[in-house]
Each structure stands twice: as structure tokens, then as C-alpha cells.
Design a protein around this ligand. Structure first.
Ligand code: NI
Length: 388
């Protein structure tokens, strides 16, 4: 299938690649995107686009007014991850221990490319486009700070994309309904009663309690979840015990839960509390849980999905299709709780590698840069179609 990159975008390809490589070289962590914001601001100024800085702490919001009509927002996240880049790219991270390993550098490059293209567009006569550069997607919930600072005021629809190494270059993944999971975290503390390892009578062994608890918690996924739906409950960290011959009086576990619907998310939380109460009674242990809700599920709205589908078909034809889904979380969900919109995926797997060999958040993460042109072309179509 031939991929029809919009000629306005193809003409900006060198710049778009340059933006991405620049951001890649100088990654910054959540809410510390100071230089990144400066760079974005400088470019928007060059394009003649009015914009506000320090929105949602380190975010930037630009705006082009074409005429009376709807307002559409496009969002790019700005932050990198606390990890060391490996590999030998010549635009490898210059900031030790910080890396754009998720593709947010590319998201910003796409949005700048679209902004530049639209700043010169004199065919559009109505509507307003907002360019939302948002900090702290990687756990900081930057979207909430942007919303609190009014970035959605007057906005009718919002769109966001993720470069997606689980799909090939030339594919655009989209669907109605949930596309990313809720991502909650919890800490469980088991308080038992210690003693001599050779004299368990009269003790409450926190390690034995923990082993039962872990097993039964797994039934939330295997027995309480509708098998046609998806949930995850992971305990990723466990700490307890002092010595081989000492019965432990304390175990702490940390984990995360994932769900595609608010219904399942609440079900998991409730079942965890019930199971903890049951195990606590069975073993006469005190078990405390601190459950913290993170990002909600990312749930697309029907009409905006149709708009992206129409925009994407012109670019990639029948390669606009169902996405490769994951149980990852995404704070774009907060925008979609407020106004209609669509979050979609742009295939970016490096050509030379198999899909899955350069996953997101790995230390040798890289993309097929041509995917930036696909993303920008879809956005450009989307805006032109919306303002016809
Ligand atoms: Ni990401």
C-alpha cells in the first residue's frame, strides 16, 4: 500500500526530523521540561503562533484562529524517562540518566510540524486550532494540571496520538471505546507476630500470610473478571523477613492494577479489600492497604474516532485499523472525561527490527522516523476536514 504523506508535511520532513532529534538529545523529566518548553515557544514564535507558557507548570499552549467556528485541540506530551540510553544513535541523549524512550520527542515534533504547516495555510477560513504541549505524562498526570489551568476552555474536541512500536510504519491504530487501561497503585502491609523459626506456635508468620494473599489476589483476574474483558493485578515488589530462623512479623508489597473500564477498576478495588479482610481474619494478622487511583481508562468517543478514520484513510488506506492494545495507562484519559475526542496510535516500529524488539521504555528505543510524517499528515487532514 502506498502511503500518501501530505505534500505540505513532506516539505517539512527535514525540520520535523530535526525537531525530534533535538528533543531526543536533550530529554527532560516530568515537570522539569524547562528547556523543552523554551524550544517549543521559540518555534511557535518563529511560526507567528501566539502561545502561553507555564500552563500546567511547564506546558505550552499555542493557538491559531482562522475564523468563527469550532475549536479543535491537538495534544503532545513532553516528558522523558529516568533511564540511561544505550546504543549508538548520533542523536543519543546528552542528559545522563534521562531518555526519550517512549516517543514523546516525536509527538512534539509532529505537533510543531503541523503548527508550522497550519501557520501558512490560507485555505482554511474558519475554526481555531489549539496546540497543547503537555508536561508529565509519565506518571505525573500533567493533563490534570493543564485542565486546571484552562487548556480545554472553549475546546470542542481533542485529539492525541502515540507513536507505537507495536505496529509497523504505515499503520494507524484506532478504535472506539477504551484504548488504554486505568493504572492504579497499591501498597499492602501485613503485620504479624514474630518469633523463633523453630517455634511457630503462637506467632503470626507475615510471610505465610503474604503467600496466601498473593495467590488469592490472583483470582480477582482469573475468577472475578469477565473472561471477555481484561484486567491485571501485579505485585511487583515484596519485602519481609530478617533472617532464616526468624519468623517475620512484617511484609510490605507494592503493586499495580489495570482495567479497561471503570466498572472493573472499582470491582478490583472492592475485591482486594474483601480478600484482605478474609485473609486477615483467617490468620489473625493485621493487613493494611493503601490504594491510590492513578490514570483512569482512556475511552474514545465515537464521532471523533470516525473523524480520525476518515483523515487516516487518505494517508494509509486500509492500514487504518484496530490498534495493538496494551494495558498501559495514559493521562489523555483526563481530557476524554471532559470533552469528546480520540486517542490513536501511529505505527513506528523501526524497519530493520522485528515488532517487539524495540519496545517503549527500553534503553535502545528508537522509531522509524517516517512515522512522524504519517502522524502529522493525519492531523493536517483532520483539521482541514473539521474546518470545511
Ligand atoms: Ni508514552
Amino acid at each position: 500500500m502506498k502511503i500518501n504523506i501530505r505534500k505540505e508535511i513532506a516539505g517539512l520532513s527535514d525540520e520535523i526530523y530535526y525537531y525530534r532529534r533535538h528533543f531526543h538529545k536533550y530529554p527532560e523529566l516530568s515537570f522539569k521540561e524547562f528547556k523543552t518548553a523554551e524550544t517549543i515557544s521559540k518555534y511557535l514564535k518563529d511560526f507567528g503562533i501566539k502561545h502561553k507558557k507555564n500552563v500546567g507548570k511547564t506546558g505550552v499552549v499555542g493557538e491559531i484562529y482562522f475564523g468563527p467556528g469550532p475549536t479543535i485541540a491537538l495534544r503532545a506530551d513532553m516528558d522523558a524517562l529516568p533511564m540511561q540510553e544505550k546504543g549508538s544513535l548520533d542523536y543519543k541523549s546528552r542528559n545522563d540518566g534521562v531518555m526519550h524512550a517512549c516517543g514523546h520527542d516525536g509527538h512534539m515534533a509532529i505537533l510543531l510540524g503541523v503548527a508550522k504547516s497550519l501557520s501558512k495555510n490560507n485555505r482554511i477560513k474558519k475554526g481555531t486550532v489549539k496546540f497543547i504541549f503537555q508536561p508529565a505524562e509519565e506518571g505525573g498526570g500533567g493533563a490534570r494540571y493543564m485542565i486546571e489551568d484552562g487548556c480545554l476552555n472553549g475546546v470542542d474536541e481533542i485529539y492525541g496520538l502515540h507513536l507505537w512500536n507495536y505496529q509497523k510504519y504505515g499503520e494507524v491504530g484506532l478504535k472506539t471505546g477504551a484504548v488504554m487501561a486505568s493504572a492504579d497503585i497499591f501498597e499492602i502491609e501485613i503485620l504479624g507476630k514474630g518469633g523463633h523459626g523453630a517455634a511457630p506456635q503462637g506467632t503470626v508468620d507475615a510471610i505465610v500470610v503474604a503467600s496466601h494473599l498473593i495467590n488469592i489476589l490472583q483470582t480477582v483476574v482469573s475468577r472475578n473478571t469477565d473472561p471477555l474483558e481484561n484486567t491485571v493485578l501485579t505485585i511487583g515488589k515484596i519485602k519481609g523477613g530478617e533472617n532464616f530462623n526468624v519468623i517475620s512479623d512484617n511484609v510490605i508489597m507494592h503493586g499495580t492494577t489495570r482495567a479497561y473500564s471503570e466498572k472493573n477498576r472499582q470491582m478490583i478495588k472492592k475485591r482486594m479489600e474483601e480478600i484482605i479482610e478474609g485473609i486477615s481474619n483467617s490468620f489473625n494478622a493485621i493487613i493494611k492497604i493503601k490504594y491510590k487511583e492513578g490514570y483512569p481508562p482512556t475511552v474514545n468517543h465515537d464521532l471523533p474516532v470516525q473523524n480520525v478514520l476518515l483523515a487516516a484513510k487518505d494517508i494509509v488506506g486500509d492500514q487504518a485499523k484496530s490498534p495493538y492494545l496494551s494495558m498501559g495507562g495514559e493521562d489523555f484519559s483526563y481530557y476524554l472525561q471532559k470533552i469528546p475526542g480520540c486517542f490513536f496510535f501511529v505505527g513506528s516500529a523501526p524497519e530493520k527490527n522485528d515488532i517487539l524488539s524495540t519496545p517503549h521504555h527500553c534503553s535502545h528505543f528508537d522509531i522509524d522516523e517516517r512515522s512522524l510524517l504519517v502522524g502529522a499528515s493525519v492531523y493536517l487532514n483532520l483539521i482541514e476536514n473539521s474546518f470545511k
